[in-house]
Ligand binder design. Structure first.
Ligand SMILES: [Zn+2]
Length: 78
């Protein structure tokens, strides 16, 4: 992504991140996490929920992996 920063900088606000609706100069743009533009609060909110769900799944996956490791250790000791 960094390699495109210089080339595509003028394009990054052209469309909604979620629904790809074109964003004009006179339209309201809702920013999220610095560089993700959205056409509406609804689109931005949906992206926030998607991100939160993804982070939650990742945390649960990490937690269950740790648990499995501990159980295996206990098994070896017993
Ligand atoms: Zn949108």
């Amino acid at each position: 992504m960094l390699s495109y920063a210089g080339v595509d900088n003028s394009h990054f606000l052209e469309a909604c991140t979620l629904c790809s609706k074109p964003l004009g100069h006179n339209t309201d743009i809702f920013m999220y996490r610095g560089n993700n533009p959205f056409c509406s609060q609804e689109c931005r909110q949906e992206q926030i929920e998607i991100d939160e769900a993804r982070e939650k799944r990742w945390k649960i996956a990490k937690k269950s992996r740790t648990k499995t490791k501990v159980q295996t250790g206990t098994l070896v000791v017993a």
